[in-house]
Design a protein around this ligand. Structure first.
Ligand SMILES: [Zn+2]
Length: 202
């Protein structure tokens, strides 16, 4: 950590789509890819706090920003993406004609968020800049964690320590921690997003 601390702090924010079972036929693959690309675009369009897209990664988007928002703003951003995501799925389900496995199970998709802030640097690869260093690795490893639910915002303790208003968020965050090979123990806090689904029923 000491050798990388001269790099600027970057907040990595990864919305990650889950809930897909593996599909069997070509139609289902192309339909599921279509749904996922629509959802990834929707996540980008829901960005309100100046996040930049570093990369699209299968079922996830690696967002970053160099001026980390407050925790309240980060949570509001996650909520905005979460509600837009589920609103979109509800509307697709209402108008659904296709009976293929991908389309029929689309409304079961879930969305979780991981946020980690730490020193990071970029490296140029074929005209694109790519993040390197421990912080971006930690952000990705955190996508696998023991949080016992499908939809949540997970923020590392290291991130909370770097945000100004870490006491300010009015909502409850539970504590957790996970040990990763070559990284060690990563303490974090997580907040369930499921409660916000009620707001879509209105
Ligand atoms: Zn279909």
């Amino acid at each position: 950590m000491a050798q990388s601390s001269s790099f600027p702090n970057v907040l990595f924010f990864i919305p990650d789509i889950g809930g897909f079972t593996k599909f069997v036929n070509e139609t289902e693959i192309s339909h599921s890819q279509h749904v996922i690309s629509e959802l990834l675009e929707l996540l980008v369009d829901s960005n309100e706090i100046g996040l930049e897209v570093a990369e699209f990664e299968g079922d996830a988007v690696l967002f970053y920003c160099t001026t980390p928002p407050t925790l309240d703003k980060l949570l509001a951003q996650a909520k905005k993406m979460f509600l837009n995501f589920h609103l979109h799925l509800q509307e697709k389900e209402k108008g659904r004609i296709c009976q293929c496995g991908a389309c029929a199970r689309m409304h079961l998709l879930t969305l979780k968020f991981v946020a980690h802030c730490g020193p990071a640097n970029t490296m140029a690869v074929k005209g694109h800049s790519k993040f390197i260093g421990k912080s971006v690795i930690v952000a990705h490893r955190l996508l696998k964690n023991p949080v016992p639910e499908a939809e949540y915002l997970l923020v590392t303790q290291e991130t909370l320590d770097r945000l100004d208003d870490r006491q300010a968020a009015a909502v409850a965050f539970e504590s957790g921690s996970c040990r990763y090979d070559e990284i060690g123990e990563v303490p974090y806090r997580h907040h369930s997003m499921a409660c916000y689904l009620d707001e879509l029923q209105a």
